[in-house]
Design a protein around this ligand. Structure first.
Ligand code: TMP
Length: 241
């Protein structure tokens, strides 16, 4: 008997949008339904890709320029797909990934004069048919996100947090443009709301887009209490319903 392929969900957005908290909550809600879930992240998600993450975020690769940086993210993605994502999907697990290829489009696109066709070819080569089934764009005003990110940070800002406000505004526009251009894959959720409200909005999207009608809804209210405090700090209520 063949095993049904799992589903692939990615969360995207700028700094301080709350993606990581929400990724954990989706994973917990899906596990609560008895599904196997692999919660992972980019850059990283496999031992070699985590090493590449360290190199990129420490700023070691930045002097090589945006082209090399985009290639490093892609190299990490290839390893992550080979060793974590594809095997999980093949055995029927659901994969919830904190950032994926849209981050390369947005961040590396916003950073330098990279030809979008170059970024798209890297993407095609690296991910092939492994396009996410659903991408949640957690949208937040850049200044609100940056304030949150600096509040939760322990040490110095990393390679990308250290970029200026114009960069973070460009990122936000870029993520929203991606969502508008691929409405079949992407759903935009405002991250400038209480985490419970954000979680509910995301869960509605997962149910509507991926879960068959009639399947039991998971509880999304509970997992938040287990989230580390630094991920829950400084929630803005702007845009809250
Ligand atoms: P984060 O996991 O804490 O969000 O950190 C990852 C950083 O790397 C974040 O600033 C976004 C950036 N990034 C890129 O620039 N390109 C990419 O393709 C990915 C996956 C992340």
């Amino acid at each position: 008997m063949s095993i049904a392929r799992g589903r692939f969900i990615t969360l995207e957005g700028g700094e301080g949008a709350g993606k990581s908290t929400q990724a954990r909550r989706i994973a917990e809600a899906l596990r609560g339904q008895g599904r196997e879930v692999v919660l992972t992240r980019e850059p990283g998600g496999s031992p070699r890709a985590e090493k590449i993450r360290e190199a990129i975020l420490s700023g070691l690769i930045a002097p090589l320029g945006p082209t090399a940086e985009a290639m490093m993210f892609t190299a990490a993605r290839i390893d992550h797909l080979d060793h974590t994502i594809r095997p999980a999907l093949a055995r029927g697990a659901w994969v919830v990934c904190d950032r994926f290829a849209d981050s390369t489009r947005a961040y590396q696109g916003a950073l330098g004069d990279l030809d979008p066709r170059f970024i798209r070819s890297l993407e095609r080569i690296a991910i092939g048919p492994n396009i996410p089934d659903l991408t949640i764009m957690v949208d937040i005003p850049a200044d609100v996100g940056m304030a949150r990110a600096s509040q939760r940070r322990d040490g110095a800002p990393d390679r990308f947090e250290a970029e200026g406000p114009a960069f973070h505004e460009a990122l936000r526009r870029s993520f929203l443009e991606i969502a508008a251009s691929e409405p079949g894959r992407c759903v935009v959720v405002s991250g400038a709301q209480e985490p419970d409200v954000v979680a509910q909005a995301i869960w509605s999207a997962v149910e509507a887009r991926l879960l068959a009608a009639g399947e039991p809804a998971a509880k999304v209210g509970k997992p938040e209490s287990t989230a580390p405090k630094r991920r829950r700090a400084a929630v803005s209520k702007t845009g809250a319903p």
